[in-house]
Each structure stands twice: as C-alpha cells, then as structure tokens.
Design a protein around this ligand. Sequence first.
Ligand code: ZN
Ligand code: ZN
Length: 173
Amino acid sequence: MNHTNHSRLRFNFGFLLEAPLGTNRINEISYPTIQVGNDVTLTPLQGKFTATRTSEGVYVNGRFQTAIHTDCVRCLEEALVPITLQLDELFYYPPETAPDNEDAYTFEGETGFIDLSPLVREISLLETPMQPLCRPDCQGLCIVCGQNLNKADCGCTNDEFDPRLAKLRSLLK
Ligand SMILES: [Zn+2]
Ligand SMILES: [Zn+2]
C-alpha cells in the first residue's frame, strides 16, 4: 500500500526539474490539523517555504509554526506543545543523481513530487521538549491519591512524602 500518495504535504516540483538553476517558488501552507506519519499530529501547521532549484536537487527552506500533540510529564493528560520547525533540506533529483546516502531526502521515484511529511515529522520530534508540559504551571498529580491538581485540590497532606520534611521530622524525634 502506498501511503505517500495520501500525504497532504506532497508538492509537485516537476517544473523545477526543467527550470534554470536558482529558480524558486514560495509556498504557503495552512492546515487546521494534520497527521504526519503514524505518531505525530500537529495542530495547526502554518508557514512558508521556498523551493529552489540547485545543481544537485531542490533546496527546501522555510519555517512552520505548529503545536505537537503529546503527553504532559506531570499530569499525564494530553498536551499541545508549541514548536517551531525550521526546514533546511536538499531533496536530491530522481533517481540517478541521488548520492550514495540512504538517509538523503529525494524526489519520489521518477516523478516531480516531493513529500515533506517525513522531514516535518523528523523535525517535529527533534523539537519536542524532553519534558513536555500541558502548560508551564501544570500542578501535576497528587502523589498521595493521584488527583489531577489542575482540576481540583484533593486536600491531601503529603508532608511525609517531602524528603526535606521527613528528614526534619526524624531529627526532631
Ligand atoms: Zn500537565
Ligand atoms: Zn491527593
């Protein structure tokens, strides 16, 4: 099954293959929400990129603003974390001029199409913080009862779980 054809980040740059070196085109994108790959959903995805014909391939350069769906490390609820994607990549011409590099981005076979999905997915994952939060001041979960403290206060006193207070208590005994 060919998933490539379902990508919404697929662009036809066939005309650039025949154009003089340096020819470029600016493309604007705006998606309310978009899935890239099986594991990345972006809401929204907006921005501009320039595709420029070079001697080796089509150079894609641009910047997208987005927010990635992930899980908050404190409260474990879904978090929508804003990230900026900087695109800076050469898509090598099909197929004979592609370098001996399996990781290089290329045109789709002999066609004039470029699919930005794998690139956008890769950059999105790189830009996602290691400790994503649903919001900067997320209160997390109560360590006694598990209540999401963003939604309600459970009233638990968790002094005994505070290692500093536990130490103090043991000193006072
Ligand atoms: Zn949270
Ligand atoms: Zn509690």
